[in-house]
Design a protein around this ligand. Structure first.
Ligand code: GLN
Length: 304
């Protein structure tokens, strides 16, 4: 399979969508990003790789960081994690409060903001230096020591993070989180602020694409079946209220973020990351979804 040629062809086909959608502006720092950018990178478990356009430009990974948080929580808590957060698709937006109230402060799944704030609380309780340890894990799984938080993005989000603060308060009221709200929110926003390029993200996700290889990075160990289960959660919950549509169009487990990134995997074959800041109304990258739809259509490689 000549992935380089395929990616280049895909890019030409999606150019008509280049101006569709709108970048996230509820985080003021993200509104400053040039929306007319696109990158894509793919890595196979056999060592092939292909990248196009701005595949080496770093962007805010935002909710894609929730995959790394889930890996750490599963490694630390095992199945006890599921006492505090569910694993069912929500059918609601990533920052919705309604379901959380009706379901007594137990988030539907770890990829909603509420679920990720619960994971931030768990990690905050268990890690000696939460910010250092989280970054060390992301760097180890990516094989790249230069990956960093962007403090400005984290601060900018905190200053305007009224909805996430409301979610954290509801979680605290129900006793789902144990640490003080400000510390948990700060850590959550820091995790979301990590910056990576498509090439770096794709390489990191290779760890989830190949569950037959030992998963052990910076002391975070997962069994093969834990990795498979993480992929199941990416498939069912990775795109919020668009998870069904993404399964229908693309057919790969993956995770999106409001920075415009999407990382996805085809188990035992490849990992792929794509980035373009313009989002559809559900908060997922317009060109990103299109590119992945064409990738699995052209290669006939998807889980379905
Ligand atoms: N930091 C963002 C938020 O909490 C993450 C949302 C996302 O990427 N979907 O709103």
């Amino acid at each position: 399979m000549d992935y380089q040629q395929i990616l280049e062809r895909i890019y030409q086909s999606i150019l008509p969508y280049a101006k569709e959608g709108k970048q996230a502006d509820y985080i003021p720092e993200l509104a400053k990003v040039n929306p007319d950018q696109f990158g894509m990178s793919i890595h196979t478990i056999y060592g092939e790789e292909a990248s196009i356009e701005q595949a080496d430009t770093r962007f805010s990974i935002q909710s894609i960081s929730k995959v790394f948080a889930l890996a750490m929580c599963l490694s630390i808590k095992g199945d006890d994690l599921w006492l505090k957060v569910g694993k069912e698709p929500s059918g609601s937006s990533f920052n919705s409060l309604i379901q959380l109230e009706v379901e007594n402060g137990i988030p539907r799944n770890p990829f909603l903001n509420a679920g990720a704030i619960v994971m931030a609380d768990i990690l905050y309780s268990h890690l000696e230096n939460p910010e250092d340890d989280f970054l060390a894990f992301v760097r180890a799984v990516s094989g790249n020591e230069t990956i960093c938080y962007n403090q400005n993005v984290a601060m900018s989000e905190r200053e305007n993070g009224y909805l996430n603060a409301a979610i954290a308060n509801l979680l605290k009221y129900h006793g789902t989180i144990e640490n003080d709200i400000e510390s948990v929110l700060h850590f959550y926003f820091m995790m979301c602020s990590i910056e990576m390029s498509c090439r770096e993200l794709s390489l990191a996700f290779l760890a989830f694409a190949n569950h037959r290889r030992k998963f052990n990075y910076a002391g975070i160990e997962l069994t093969a079946s834990q990795v498979k289960r993480m992929n199941a959660i990416m498939q069912t919950c990775g795109f919020y209220d668009e998870a069904g549509e993404f399964a229908y169009l693309v057919g790969l487990p993956g995770k999106s973020g409001v920075g415009g990134g999407i990382a996805a995997i085809y188990p035992l074959q490849y990992s792929v990351a794509v980035w373009s800041p313009r989002l559809n109304p559900k908060g997922n990258s317009v060109m990103g979804i299109k590119a992945l739809e064409l990738l699995t259509t052209e290669t006939k490689e998807s889980i379905f």
